[in-house]
Design a protein around this ligand. Structure first.
Ligand SMILES: NC(=O)c1ccc[n+]([C@@H]2O[C@H](COP(=O)([O-])OP(=O)(O)OC[C@H]3O[C@@H](n4cnc5c(N)ncnc54)[C@H](O)[C@@H]3O)[C@@H](O)[C@H]2O)c1
Length: 429
């Protein structure tokens, strides 16, 4: 199924209307008959398959196996055989007897995801580069699997709309979708955001989101690789694969501001950004800094800054300003008081604990709506920076824009151009 093939046209107003329907929730009590078939009893072994066996995927598999006793890892899928080999070694050492992956349950290539989904796994962990997420999520839901879905969930509006539609399909089938927007599963962040939502700082007036950090890995070009292989191995640096770092990484911060805005999207945004340091073509076509001002209908503004550069001031936190005070979310500070102290469970383990508990209780979690809207918030911010224009949410989310090739094979692929504000258009001309 192609990520292009969806017809959902979801405007901002229809999101507002949807806010009381089932798919919006965090925890969704299944009222549907099909949900009964989709849960397992406490003693049943749940079989888990991993799609995308890199750093985060392997980490998610370890987290899933740590989350409870009656789970086993039974299948692996990746684009590259060396990634499967590395994951086999790493995971068989790290999860002991819960590693039950046989040779005939290891799949390689662009269709590996479907082969894994066609096995008898109950749960899939989706952890490839973001471009493929709408396709993989749809296939998993069509096959009736429960899902842990890493962020971001798309790189373009067509992908976001596909994921919204797939999430509704999952809700109707009583399937779980737990999002890898991990701060929503962190005890301290839950407590701090809960206090703010309960009025501890009055009404929110503005927020400042900072993700000012250093650079990430770059994989040297191997002369035997095709252009498609180079781009996929260096997916961070290609907007069609990662969404740019504003989507791939900064989404964690934008998601917290969306959470504080009750997951109602902003009306518009204006941004500026560019590529000051990572200018070499080896770094694909992404920017290295973005600054955006998002505005909601009620006048609330989010000032959002992200930068990936060495040797600069670093800061990752959320500064919330209200009519009666202020808060810093990642420091758990509300009006100067630390509102969460002490030991907390790993948010990464917690995601899987809640997923398995929901499967066994038959009370599915569906994070589909918020993971889609937070992804879209990052995409519209990126496009505001790329174009230099003020962008409107309704137009952006409904735009017929899909990035990347529609058929996947190793060989030639376009080398995308670096966007130029004032020249680049959204939607493209
Ligand atoms: N929640 C978090 O804190 C967190 C942290 C890191 C990464 N992530 C997210 O996890 C995802 C993976 O990131 P990573 O750091 O593990 O990257 P990675 O490059 O280490 O791993 C990605 C893996 O997916 C494989 N892959 C790519 N396309 C595929 C396809 N079509 N089919 C099958 N396999 C495919 C790659 O070969 C690679 O092994 C990204 O979406 C990233 O944003 C989330």
């Amino acid at each position: 199924m192609s990520p292009q093939s969806n017809g959902t046209s979801t405007s901002r107003r229809s999101f507002l209307k949807q806010s009381s329907v089932a798919v919006v929730g965090g925890t969704l009590a299944a009222t549907l008959g099909s949900a009964r078939a989709a849960h397992a009893s406490g003693s049943d072994i749940l079989k888990v398959g991993l799609i995308g066996c890199g750093g985060r995927g392997s980490g998610a598999a370890v987290n899933a196996m740590a989350a409870e006793d009656n789970v086993r890892l039974t299948a692996l899928a990746d684009l590259f055989p060396d990634k499967i080999s590395a994951a086999k070694k790493n995971l068989s050492q790290n999860i002991g007897d819960k590693y039950q992956v046989t040779e005939d349950h290891c799949f390689v290539g662009f269709d590996a995801y479907q082969k894994l989904i066609d096995t008898d796994v109950d749960v899939v962990l989706l952890a490839t580069s973001p471009h493929y997420r709408p396709l993989h999520l749809r296939a998993a839901v069509e096959a009736g699997k429960h899902i842990f879905c890493e962020k971001p969930v798309a790189v373009d509006p067509v992908g976001v709309r596909s994921v919204l539609e797939t999430s509704e399909m999952a809700a109707k089938k009583g399937l779980n979708i737990v999002s890898g927007l991990c701060w929503r599963y962190d005890s301290a962040v839950r407590e701090t955001i809960g206090r703010i939502k309960d009025g501890a700082i009055g009404d929110i007036v503005a927020m400042q989101e900072n993700y000012l950090t250093s650079t990430l890995w770059l994989r040297d070009r191997n002369p035997e690789w095709s252009e498609m292989e180079y781009q996929n191995r260096n997916w961070l640096y290609y907007t069609w694969l990662s969404g740019d770092h504003i989507v791939e990484q900064f989404i964690h911060s934008l998601d917290k501001s969306m959470w504080l805005m009750d997951d109602q999207p902003p009306q518009s945004c204006v941004g500026l950004g560019g590529r000051q340091v990572r200018t070499d073509p080896t770094f694909g076509n992404i920017f290295d800094h973005h600054a955006i001002c998002y505005e909601w209908e009620n006048g609330v503004k989010v000032f959002a800054y992200t930068r990936q550069m060495k040797g600069c001031h670093n800061d990752v936190d959320d500064y919330i300003l209200g009519t009666k005070g202020r808060a810093e979310v990642l420091k758990s500070k509300v009006n100067g008081e630390t509102v969460f102290r002490g030991k907390k469970p790993s948010m990464y383990d917690q995601e899987h604990k809640e997923l398995f508990a929901a499967i066994r209780a038959g009370t599915p979690i569906n994070n589909g709506r918020y993971m889609s809207l937070s992804t879209m918030m990052a995409i519209i911010g990126r496009e505001a920076c790329y174009t230099g224009q003020k962008l409107n949410w309704d137009e952006a989310i409904n735009a017929d824009v899909r990035l990347g090739p529609t058929e996947y094979a190793f060989g030639d692929v376009d080398v995308p151009k670096v966007p130029t504000p004032g020249v680049t258009k959204f939607p493209p001309a």
